[in-house]
Design a protein around this ligand. Sequence first.
Ligand code: FA5
Length: 337
Amino acid sequence: MSSASLTADLDAVLADANVRLAAAVDLDAVSALDAEFLGKKSAVTAAKKQLGQLDPADRKEVGQAINAARTTLEAEVAAARDRLAAGARQAQYEAERLDLSERLNEVRRGSLHLNTQARDRLEDVFVCMGFTVAEGPEVETAWYNFEALNIPEWHPARGSFDTIFVNLGEPEEVMLRSHTSPVQIRTMENTEPPIYIVAPGRTFRTDTADATHLPAFNQIEGLVIDRGITLGDLHGTIEAFVHAFFGGDVKTRLRPSYFPFTEPSAEFDISRDDGSWLELGGCGMVHPNVLHNCGIDPEQWQGFAFGFGIDRLAVMRYELDDIRELVNNDVRFLRQF
Ligand code: FA5
């Protein structure tokens, strides 16, 4: 073995390695080439072993050539590894990429609950008629829920409200309001007449849920206090509201009734398609005792009040069979509206 042929062999190995490393398609292929060109059985290792058989004068030069070839091969293997590792990383990024703009299902828009829709519409109708919207607390005292409304403790009507009491203060002193009428009192206490308000809100009774009753339901109260107000104004207001809310075909009627806080009192019904009537709420001229309890002179001011169930109104407007649909929270039902 001459030093010239050894050096020529190394040049051939370098050229071969250069081409094949450049063509390697994955890291396994580079590892195989690493073993082939730099491992125990590689040409470079074999050349080193043959160094001893060379003319001592040539050894240094050939030894340097072998080391240089090894260094070159190592650098080329490392470069090939880097190139493929970067490619593999890039491929992995591509494979694992999340397209955050992608939507598998159309996003469904929610909608307001039927009660909220009915309440918003009611407010709109009354605001257009010149009323403002008032509010009151859901937990009330006996004064606001009963006494100021001309329902003293001994009054039989107190029982008809099926009140849910709260375990606070004296027995039967604090309660979940059983109607929105306490907001009448709170408004008259704080506002100088003339007064034109509606007060929507939640109300509570011990009623068992059935097709027309819920234990927690919604009412809207109306109160007008002004000079020279008559029953005719009350009927006209109810008629105007019903027409605005349901359309011109629906008729209204007042039936004599009794509430301690109005005199005279009436219940008002609206006509249904099948010719029957549905009771919507109670109304009447504000009782002089109630005005008096709120510091308003009944000789100077008169007024009317009404209160009806918003849930019953929603049942009517959306033609539901059962008021409990409003609270079952079945999205298949709610999505229809
Ligand atoms: C009252 O609550 C009176 N405060 C109404 C009133 C106000 C009269 C102002 C005069 C002047 P009543 O108990 O009838 O009255 O209830 C009024 C309406 O609330 C009923 O007509 C009905 O529409 C609704 N309602 C009553 N109880 C329930 C219930 N358990 N579930 C759903 N709606 C109900």
